[in-house]
Design a protein around this ligand. Structure first.
Ligand code: SF4
Length: 226
């Protein structure tokens, strides 16, 4: 199915059905911080946190709570597809990821007395608002996982809060955010498909192609070669 057809499907999603699916799966955040921090595999190897963030969400986070953050304070080029150059990563990538701190955790994550907290909770991106769920449509890739509700409508990513009772009100709020995110992901993917043009990048430079065009790692636009 094409991205455009998937977008039509996303726009036609019934939020009551999505809420039913969320309610059947159950969820309550335990504030364990697992979805905001680096990944640690069975061998103890760590990977920095990666969560997709859209360009307008980056701008919202730059200004969240009256702050005046640089683009780089909020986002970094998604590392997938980049190669290791002499002075760090280089090449082309097609998404932005939330910026990480020196530990590899999300730059907005804080922990106190073993409980995790998001310091930009009210402005957090849709991917965070909807974790651990996503709508099972093609072109909406994160978080990956098999459809697990009875209707196959909603996917759930590994999370210790799954299976806990959720109120109808919270399930409906999550359902509305899930639909919004599915639509936004597909709109971004279509805009990226339509906007993509190769650019003449300097050696050792990272280029991020997003729905608005090509940008440097600091978020500044790159002029296209004529
Ligand atoms: S923005 Fe907030 S909710 Fe999202 S990963 Fe960072 S700390 Fe977690």
């Amino acid at each position: 199915m094409s991205l455009d057809d998937e977008l039509d499907r996303a726009r036609g999603l019934d939020t009551a059905e999505l809420a039913d699916a969320v309610e059947s799966l159950g969820f309550e955040c335990t504030r364990c911080g697992a979805c905001c921090t680096k990944e640690v595999d069975e061998e103890g190897e760590t990977e920095p946190h990666t969560a997709t963030v859209f360009p307008d969400e980056i701008r919202t986070l730059q200004r969240a709570d009256g702050a005046d953050r640089e683009w780089r304070d909020v986002a970094r080029p998604m590392p997938y597809g980049l190669s290791a150059g002499d002075d760090g990563p280089e090449g082309e990538t097609f998404e932005w990821a939330l910026q990480t701190d020196a530990c590899g955790d999300c730059a907005f994550y804080e922990e106190e007395d073993g409980l995790g907290a998001c310091t930009v909770h009210e402005s957090r991106p849709l991917i965070c608002e909807t974790y651990p769920f996503s709508v099972a449509l093609d072109g909406t890739a994160e978080p990956a996982g098999d459809p697990v509700d009875a209707e196959g409508l909603v996917r759930a990513h590994e999370c210790e809060g799954l299976g806990r009772e959720i109120s109808r009100e919270d399930a409906e709020a999550l359902a509305a955010a899930l639909k919004e995110r599915a639509i936004r992901e597909l709109e971004e993917a279509i805009a990226l498909r339509d906007a993509y043009e190769p650019v003449d990048a300097d050696d050792g430079e990272v280029v991020v192609h997003d729905s608005e065009g090509a940008k440097r790692a600091d978020g500044t636009p790159i002029e296209r070669a004529e």
